[in-house]
Ligand binder design. Structure first.
Ligand code: SAM
Length: 283
């Protein structure tokens, strides 16, 4: 047995997390990144990209449920959804539990899709075979710059702003996303762990503000994204979407027949209540 040590915060915070590795399942280097999947006793299979933990079998439900169900149940009528990144298929799986007509997943690295389908099939759970899925292996930045399509919801399920994910945090990219939203549409972004990465949230909010009437974030607790709370950014021109009440959310969840382990209407509402140290980043 050995240890996998995630060094994401070693340089900035002098802190690291470690997983006991029972066995390495697979490793692959693509032109974009180095992928590894290993088996750990408590978290099950763990996916790391360039040494940074992306998801684990044990806690993936938190991130994937909250990335998909919060915006979809708030919107209530999304038919066309765009996911940028997310090649593991976890967000796609949750999006497809809603009555959407099409879910387009734009992932820069086809290796991630193949690798996860093969070695962590529970993440996508058949989502790539769903007839509503459109999988495009292309840079998401280029896709939103060139497509003529419009979406009800755009989910940015990115890596951190290093390597191929860097451009997914820029003004130009967010502006392109905005032009491809239908009226009443919204965007949700992976905006890091505010305790360790305050600039990720601060910058995202600063960039979304000129584009959307209502910019906010909501918080989720994913055990392996160390640092306590992860922020998901939110941009929409309709402030009412953020105010949808628990009863309506519960009714929509019931109607769609979606059973969840982390998402709940009360959790949805509470996730937008921010501790002052996070609220300050949005000020
Ligand atoms: N869903 C996961 C989680 O639980 O956090 C992890 C995020 S997912 C693996 C992030 C994906 O974004 C990676 O597969 C990466 O290849 C993809 N990505 C990075 N930059 C991209 C870009 N410019 N366009 C499209 N996809 C990109």
């Amino acid at each position: 047995m050995s240890w996998f040590e995630e060094a994401l915060y070693v340089r900035t915070c002098g802190y690291r997390q470690g997983f006991l590795v029972e066995r390495e399942v697979a490793r692959l280097k693509t032109e974009f990144q180095e992928m590894a999947i290993f088996e750990s006793p408590f978290f099950g299979r763990v996916l790391a990209l360039d040494g940074i933990v992306q998801t684990t079998e044990r806690d993936e439900f938190v991130y994937h449920e909250m990335m998909a169900h919060v915006p979809l149940l708030a919107h209530g009528g999304a038919r066309d959804v765009l996911i940028i990144g997310g090649g593991d298929g976890g967000v796609l799986r949750e999006v497809l539990r809603h009555p959407v007509e099409r879910a387009t997943l734009v992932e820069i690295d086809g290796g991630v899709v193949d690798f996860c389908r093969r070695h962590m099939p529970g993440l996508s759970a058949g989502a790539f075979d769903d007839p509503r899925t459109e999988l495009l292996i292309v840079d998401g930045i280029r896709y939103v710059a060139e497509t003529t399509r419009r979406f009800d919801l755009i989910i940015i399920d990115s890596t951190d702003p290093v390597g191929p994910g860097e451009g997914l945090f820029t003004d130009a990219f967010y502006a392109d996303c905005k032009t491809h939203l239908n009226p009443g549409g919204l965007i949700v972004t992976q905006s890091g762990v505010p305790f360790f990465q305050p600039d990720e949230l601060r910058t995202t909010v600063r960039r979304l503000r000129p584009l959307f009437a209502d910019v906010a974030c909501y918080l989720i607790a994913v055990p392996t994204y160390v640092g306590g709370l992860m922020a998901l950014g939110w941009g929409s021109d309709d402030p009412a979407l953020r105010g949808v009440g628990e009863e309506v959310l519960a009714e929509r969840q019931r109607a769609a027949g979606i059973a969840t382990r982390y998402y709940a209407p009360a959790v949805h509402r509470a996730a937008f209540r921010l501790p002052p140290f996070v609220a300050e980043l949005l000020a």
